[in-house]
Design a protein around this ligand. Sequence first.
Ligand SMILES: [Zn+2]
Length: 422
Amino acid sequence: MPKEHVDLIVEKASELATPYGGSRTPLVGKQMQRLKVIKDAAVAIKAGKIVAVGKSSILRSRFTAAQAVDAQGKTLIPGFVDSHTHLVFAGSREDEFEMRLKGADYMEIHSKGGGILKTVRETQRANEVELVQSCGRTLDIMLKHGTTTVEAKSGYGLTVADEMKCLRAIQQVRKVHLVDVVPTFLGAHAITPEFEKQSEDYVRLVTDKMIPSVARLRLAEFCDVFCEKGVFSIEQARRILDVGRKYALKLKLHADELTPFGGAELAAEAEAVSAEHLLFASDKGLQMMAERGVIAVLLPAASFALMIDRYADARRMIEMGVPVALGTDFNPSCWVENMQLIIALACRQLRMTPAEALTASTINAAHALNRAHEVGSLEVGKKADVLILDAPNHNFLGYRFGANLVSAVVKEGRLVDASRAT
Ligand SMILES: [Zn+2]
């Protein structure tokens, strides 16, 4: 039989490890631990898609390739999907980091004009081109560390014009960057001082002006709300989500991060795709999420960055059948682009195994972004988003940390050398 010609074959890998069979619904419970593992493995790629996965010898007998990559001693896994980032902002907050280390609390930083409002001011002052450039730089670093699909939230504009500017910046960068970017509208991220006494007026601005514009201009796929004590109440969040749904946006919710607030329950009731953070989620809320398949997006770097001892109870969630995904929570107070570090934190602080953390960083994270049909696993027909790890097996994920284990990234069939991609 004549051999089929393909564009690229990555072969002789000491191991290939991928979640499988989870493209329709997220993996839960023990499924999260079950990977397909192939020794001496190869992946064949044509027109940006995976056409075969298997033993090197078998793929070599079936295919000839324009380009071959020898992955001896290396491990192949799916590209990471970072399911929660605040990608678009201007400026930085390293000054308040030092204040926090010296014991300043949130209110002290806030009263000195710091915190989220500082980022909002700087983002409002930035123009669209500057925001596109800074997003591009961040995506370059993410790609180099293995992230091939990423969610990007707005939320530092907080006026109609500035929120649209941030979402347009996301649209601009996603047109030109290799990384797939999924936009989320998070106009309900904070309340600026002008609205401090009239949060209802701000909610109306979100529901009556921002969401209709976002929908009309097709600037986002998801609508998210920061539902927390002192920010947006359950009732306000419900109203915003209802309007988002009416405008055909899919829903997400920042829920139960700082206090037990009923966010998990609201996410389930609203049939949101995901609820994020969940440090204080109630058992009832988690039960409701499990029943409705709402994904828990866990962000252990947020606790680490803010130096709080509490982490989400991932073991309980997995035991209850809640699908668990991971993300960086990349933002000015949690400035991390690297999903490998998130996996290291998930293993140590959430007691997830490397296999569970890999599932949570790939296929389940893809579900949280409505992309599981095309990315998140090394299966025939999916986009060829493949990481070549400088490690002999997938159990090095989380175990070895701090250095970049990604030696090369294949993004939709294109080979990117991670040591050079900047
Ligand atoms: Zn967030």
